[in-house]
Design a protein around this ligand. Structure first.
Ligand SMILES: [Zn+2]
Length: 301
């Protein structure tokens, strides 16, 4: 009787350990913008992506005409950077050199990278723009603040010219383009009023706690620049998500309220491991509990 229980316990342990090793060996699951791995299925591709379907504060969203507009009170401290560009299979992205930041609610967020979506992810009264530029910033605690700039067809955008001209056609690791620089300060429109709300990453794992700032004034890119991007990514936008209980925020009111703890992508890689360790501990305690009960019964009989 006792030997059978020990055997069952051992089998459970081996099962839990092998499951854990399989889960840790695999990288993040593949996802796309269309088909069976498209946005409506992201949440079921991996436990790590669950928020993509269960989250209640997801991005992007539609910005209604009634959304409150903040005055131009964001502090941009942007410096030029070398052009460190990559094609990650989902977007064209540029890693930004250290030393540029955005100040939100008195907290400094360092500009980490910028990338694009076609068409825009946020919509304005249900209408998308041609493209959207995302400037992604991270604070010392891993909290994220993103600035979204709408791009519309018009004059050539000289500030983005080197980016479009050097966009890798195939999926690549990051590469620094010789003699090319970018300055995010030149991406910004002259008017910097913005809509603000709390949302998420718009790609898996769809982590929430992201402070979103969508500038109300679009900037122009030429039809040729849009076509150059479209030749690489015909459509790399996530559809708008329900606003649920959220509202658009005025920075002056947010600054006075207590800060919520951010949940960011930076915390994600550990989550699957933590879940498995927890599962292992639960199995172990169930096994030990069962063993103790049966032992007591044997003694009582
Ligand atoms: Zn983005």
């Amino acid at each position: 009787m006792r030997r059978a229980l020990v055997y069952r316990l051992l089998v459970t342990l081996v099962l839990v350990l092998s499951l854990a090793s399989v889960a840790l060996a695999e990288g993040p699951p593949h996802w796309t913008y269309e088909g069976k791995e498209g946005p409506e299925f992201w949440g079921s591709l991996s436990q790590d992506y669950a928020l993509c379907s269960t989250g209640k504060q997801q991005s992007p969203v539609d910005i209604p005409a009634s959304a409150v507009t903040n005055p131009a009170d964001l502090t941009f401290r942007y410096q030029p950077s070398k052009l460190n560009i990559l094609n990650n299979g989902h977007t064209i992205q540029a890693a930004y050199d250290a030393g540029s930041s955005l100040v939100v609610d008195g907290v400094t967020y360092n500009l980490a990278q910028f990338h694009f979506h076609l068409p825009s992810e946020h919509t304005l009264t249900a209408k998308p723009y041609d493209m959207e530029l995302h400037l992604v910033h991270q604070n010392a605690q891993g909290g994220l603040a993103v600035v979204g700039i709408m791009l519309k067809s018009g004059a050539e955008n000289k500030a983005l010219a080197s980016v479009f001209a050097n966009a890798p056609k195939q999926e690549t690791a990051v590469m620094t383009v010789p003699n090319a620089t970018v300055n995010a300060a030149d991406f910004l429109p002259a008017t910097r009023t913005y809509w603000r709300y709390n949302g998420s990453l718009t790609t898996p794992p769809c982590s929430e706690g992201v402070k979103w700032h969508v500038l109300t004034t679009p900037v122009e890119v030429s039809p040729a620049q849009i076509a150059a991007y479209k030749s690489l990514f015909t459509d790399d936008h996530r559809p708008v998500q329900p606003l649920n209980a959220r509202s658009f925020l005025l920075a002056s009111q947010v600054a006075a309220a207590p800060q919520a703890m951010p949940t960011t992508g930076a915390a994600q890689p550990a989550s699957a491991r933590d879940m498995l360790i927890l599962l292992g501990l639960v199995c172990l305690s169930l096994g030990l509990g069962g063993y103790t009960i049966v032992r007591r019964r044997i003694r009582e009989n």
